[in-house]
Write a protein that binds this ligand. Structure first.
Ligand code: PMP
Length: 390
């Protein structure tokens, strides 16, 4: 048997995508002009399928700080923080993140994926019980699998289902680890954190919230959903990424002083290279921008409202709430693929999401807005969808 024979069906399906036009899983954005515009082939496009929520990828200060760090400290660290040493800027960023969240400790990881893997797999060892929302990101599932914990999935955003499962655990609920996300990346909905915190107060357990899509986006200071709902005190660890509103690459965890011990036993922290100085410098710059410019968040939400209402008026079935992530529900995979290609031909790039990446077996076109989109660009996105309705 050939090495890749077991992937024959998958390879065939992907080849079919390619031969019938643009392949949604092999798309190349040939040029990026700004946080909102690019080019695919000959087609100029409005970018409406990113996680660049605050539109900071081209922020002048973040670029200047990144370039200065590149020139001063080199292109990469070439090693892990434990074996080869942290750079001063890793530690500075950790202090700044801890201060931003008003928590004792922050740990920086190389990506958001490894932040989840690093924290969760280490805590979720075979002696642990972990309750996760069914729609949690793959990195959370992978982390639980790597750690070897007992995994209990509860129905997406269903606090009652979580409670039932916690009650069933009896005494073990007191040490259970509950993991949810702030904004969910595909449907744009948010965790019922107030209800979950109430369960935690009554039955015990620890609460980890992945604020990957809500950091910089929600809360008066941009700290995420827990801040927005006033329950930060009840969240034991906040997980996040630098690859969305912070517009760079890397990840983080913030928590109690005791969390620092994870540095000495978390394999995804220890056995991978640390983020490059330029990434760290851009993140530090963007973190300041988030703190100093709350109007970016306001613009983001105003754009989110404009897109949601515009698409709803056209009769599209959307996600359950207004959010910077606006999913457009599509009947079938084939229709989704056709619409996705037609949108590009109309100058708009969104994400085609097929099961199992989309929850509950649905196909969706995931649109996302950012603070750098002009109202005209939001209207261009709505117009492109309007043309598909005709
Ligand atoms: N958590 C969630 C909820 C995510 O959506 C993602 C990425 N889409 C990650 C973690 C991983 O982040 P990164 O891309 O920085 O590795």
């Amino acid at each position: 048997m050939g090495l890749y024979d077991k992937f024959a069906r998958l390879a065939g399906e992907r080849e079919q995508f390619q031969t019938s036009g643009l392949n949604p899983f092999g798309i190349c954005i040939d040029e990026i002009y700004s946080a909102t515009e690019g080019r695919i082939g000959k087609q100029k496009i409005v970018l409406a399928g990113t996680n660049n929520y605050l539109g900071l990828t081209f922020n002048a200060q973040a670029i200047a700080d990144g370039q200065a760090a590149l020139a001063a400290q080199g292109t990469g660290t070439t090693g892990s923080r434990m074996a080869n040493g942290s750079y001063g800027s890793h530690l500075t960023l950790e202090h700044e993140l801890a201060a931003f969240f008003d928590r004792p400790t922050a740990i920086v990881f190389s990506t958001g994926y490894t932040a989840n893997l690093g924290v969760i797999s280490t805590l979720a060892d075979p002696s642990a019980v972990v309750l996760i929302d069914a729609d949690c990101h793959a990195s959370i599932y992978d982390a639980c699998a790597l750690g070897g914990a007992q995994i209990i999935r509860f129905r997406h955003n269903d606090a009652q289902d979580l409670e039932r499962r916690m009650v069933r655990l009896g005494e073990r609920a007191r040490d259970a680890i509950i993991i949810v996300e702030g904004i969910y990346s595909m449907l744009g909905d948010v965790a019922p954190l107030v209800e979950i915190v109430d369960i935690k107060r009554r039955l015990g357990g620890y609460l980890l919230v992945d604020e990957a899509h809500s950091f910089g986006v929600m809360g008066a200071g941009g700290r995420g959903l827990a801040q927005e709902l006033g329950v930060e005190q009840d969240v034991d660890i906040v997980l996040g990424t630098f690859s969305k509103s912070l517009a760079s690459i890397g990840g983080f965890a913030v928590g109690s002083k005791a969390m620092d011990v994870l540095r000495y036993c978390s394999r995804p922290y220890i056995f991978t290279a640390s983020p490059s100085p330029s990434s760290i410098a851009s993140v530090r710059s963007s973190l300041k921008t988030i703190a100093q410019h709350p109007e970016l968040r306001e613009k983001l939400w105003s754009n989110a409202h404009r897109l949601y209402h515009g698409l709803a008026k056209l009769g599209y079935e959307l996600g359950p709430r207004i959010s910077p992530v606006v999913p457009v529900m599509i009947g079938s995979k084939e229709v989704g693929l056709r619409l996705w290609r037609d949108l590009i031909a109309n100058g708009v790039y969104v994400n085609l999401v097929l099961p199992p990446a989309a929850p509950a077996g649905i196909t969706l076109l995931r649109c996302s807005v950012n603070a750098a989109h002009s109202e005209e660009q939001i209207d261009t996105i709505i117009q492109a969808f309007a043309e598909l309705k005709q």
